[in-house]
Structures are given as structure tokens and as C-alpha cells.
Design a protein around this ligand. Structure first.
Ligand code: 8YV
Length: 327
């Protein structure tokens, strides 16, 4: 008898077809995020779940799915899953690292360039018919080339961002839980390890690339924003909740921070509508990994993990290897 899996979202049809060759598949074709109650109901009797980072797979949800053996997240981040509860329940949890590093790093740069050089704002200004004459001070932005780039969170994506900075002749400083090995620092444009405070004080542009956890909640709040240069740009491609959005809105409104590029928000997709009233912020709907090839690679990777997990093999991207039990 085939194992039963639940796919929480619409995914590429080819992947659904591939999963159907291995499993009895039930999938949610609705675009709405499933609530805890809906998840509990859907996961009852399931052996595995193919999830995205939008679904909160809490201890409660896990407790309601006693047959579950694998939770395979189509995301590198996994703060949506209670790993401890999953591990206690003997459920394997996997993510999709590596395949999205370069695409996500590209997008971090797109946001930095757009925010620092006021690309979205310029386009809105032009479309509104404002371009009737030339002025020396129209839409002046900050330079990116030659500037100091501060990266908070220097994992695989942070390092991919840093490597790209060589073409802009930038200096890179970074802060991370642990310092990188010297050869990795060298490959990341000779990135220099500094304290978070020094980074915020000295960087011309700051990128946030760290995973979300209770320990990183509001890594950037009012006090941290006050340390930053008023001419600086803040880019968040990490997770909502890393930044205190209300504090950021206050800083942007008062021009205590020149600009921000945000792909993630607290409480997304219901982000704070105050952002829409600000012209010095570039807003995107959590699409940093959303190139066609990378979304396919992430989907395939999550499917590979699910197929391995439910066939008794070690999933390539297991996050809690201690679970490894025979199915
Ligand atoms: C995903 C992400 O697009 O990988 C992550 O952690 O945040 C994004 O790449 C999204 O979360 C899909 O699950």
C-alpha cells in the first residue's frame, strides 16, 4: 500500500505527478494559507507532508497527526515548524538548502540597488507625469559602489551576497553567531568580522540574511536603527520578525534612515499598510528565491527528501538526524 502524503499548496504539476508515482497524494489547490485547524484535519492519517514556510506546523498540529513520519519544507528556513516537537514525535524534518543561494543573493542586490538608487520611486514619479524638465537634484540616491556593505547573518546566502560585492569595489563587514573560517572570509570579498553595533554604525548599506528564531526576533529595532547612518539602506530578505516593522516605519518616515528594501514582513502577507505610504521603501512579496529554475529546484529538492524519508532512506537534507528510525 502506498504511503499517504499531503501537499499544502499548489506546486508544479510535474512534481505532483512524480509524487503520485510514489504516494497517494492529497493536495490543497487553494492559495489561502491553511489554519492550524485545517492542517490538523488534513494531516490526520498522513505519513508525510510537503509544506512551505507559510504553514505553521506547531506542536499542536504535530500532536494531531500521530501517523506523520516526515515534514518536508520547500524552503531553506524552517522557523514555521516546531522541530523539537517533531523530533520528540519521531518525525523527520527537512529543508531545501543550497539550491536557492545564488538566486536569493541576486535578489538581495536587486533590492539594494533599487532602494539606494530609488528605482521604484523614480518609476512611480515618471509614470505620474512628473518628468517635464531636468533638475540637478531630482531623485538623488546613495552610491553603492565603493561603499561599506554590512551583512548580518553570514551563512551560505550571506556569503553569496558578499562575493558579488567585489564588482562594486566594496568593503564587506559582517556579523554572525560564529566567525567564518579565514578561507571563507577571503572568498567573501575579505569580509571582516565585527560586532553588530560596529556594523550598524559603520556600514553604508546593511543586509539581513539571518534565520528567524526567538533569539533573532527584532534583531533590528528602534535602538539599532538609531545606530545606523541616516544615509544608509536596510535590506531584509531573511524573515519578517527580524525587523521591528513599526520602528522601521518611524525611522523611514522621519528620514532617519534613507531607504529600505523589504521582501519579508511581520505578519505577511498582511503586512503593515503604513509601508504603502512611504516612498523610500521598495516592497516585494517574499520572492527572493522566485526564479523559475530555483523554484523548480526547491520543489524537486523537497520531493526528493519526502521520497527518501518515506522509503526508509536518509533524506539528503534532514534537519533532525537523531530521529532516523526505520519506517
Ligand atoms: C520561499 C524562503 O520562497 O526558503 C525560504 O526560507 O523563505 C523562500 O525561499 C518560501 O518561504 C516558500 O516556502
Amino acid at each position: 500500500m502506498k504511503a499517504r502524503i499531503f501537499v499544502t499548496r499548489a506546486v508544479f504539476p510535474e512534481v505532483l505527478e512524480r509524487l503520485s508515482q510514489h504516494f497517494e497524494v492529497e493536495s490543497n489547490q487553494d492559495d489561502d494559507i491553511l489554519s492550524a485547524d485545517e492542517l490538523k484535519q488534513k494531516l490526520r492519517g498522513m505519513d508525510g507532508v510537503f509544506a512551505t514556510s507559510s504553514e505553521r506546523i506547531s506542536a499542536d498540529v504535530i500532536a494531531a497527526a500521530p501517523g506523520l513520519k516526515a515534514i518536508c519544507n520547500m524552503a531553506v528556513g524552517f522557523n514555521n515548524i516546531d522541530i523539537e516537537a517533531a523530533t520528540c514525535a519521531g518525525i523527520m524534518v527537512t529543508n531545501t538548502p543550497e539550491v536557492l543561494n545564488e538566486t536569493t543573493a541576486d535578489f538581495a542586490w536587486a533590492l539594494l540597488m533599487a532602494a539606494a538608487r530609488r528605482v521604484s520611486e523614480s518609476e512611480h514619479w515618471l509614470r505620474a507625469g512628473n518628468w517635464t524638465k531636468w533638475r540637478y537634484d531630482t531623485l538623488l540616491g546613495a552610491d553603492v559602489h565603493g561603499a561599506t556593505l554590512g551583512i548580518i547573518g553570514m551563512g551560505r546566502i550571506g556569503q553569496a551576497i558578499a562575493r558579488r560585492s567585489t564588482g562594486f569595489n566594496m568593503k564587506v563587514i559582517y556579523h554572525n553567531r560564529t566567525r567564518l573560517a579565514p578561507e571563507l572570509e577571503a572568498r567573501a570579498n575579505d569580509a571582516q568580522y565585527v560586532s553588530k553595533e560596529e556594523l550598524l554604525r559603520t556600514a553604508d548599506h546593511v543586509m539581513l540574511v539571518l534565520p528567524y528564531s526567538p533569539a533573532t526576533h527584532h534583531t533590528i529595532g528602534a535602538a539599532e536603527l538609531a545606530l545606523m547612518k541616516p544615509s544608509a539602506t536596510l535590506v531584509n530578505i531573511a524573515r519578517g520578525g527580524i525587523v521591528d516593522d513599526a520602528a522601521l516605519i518611524v525611522a523611514l518616515r522621519a528620514n532617519r534612515l534613507a531607504a529600505a528594501g523589504l521582501d519579508v514582513f511581520e505578519n505577511e502577507p498582511a503586512f503593515d499598510p503604513e509601508f504603502l505610504t512611504l516612498s523610500n521603501v521598495v516592497l516585494t512579496p517574499h520572492i527572493a528565491s522566485a526564479s523559475e529554475p530555483t523554484r523548480r529546484a526547491m520543489t524537486d529538492c523537497a520531493a526528493d527528501n519526502l521520497i527518501a524519508a518515506l522509503s526508509g532512506a536518509t533524506p539528503p537534507n534532514i534537519l533532525n538526524p537523531e530521529v532516523q528510525r526505520k519506517i
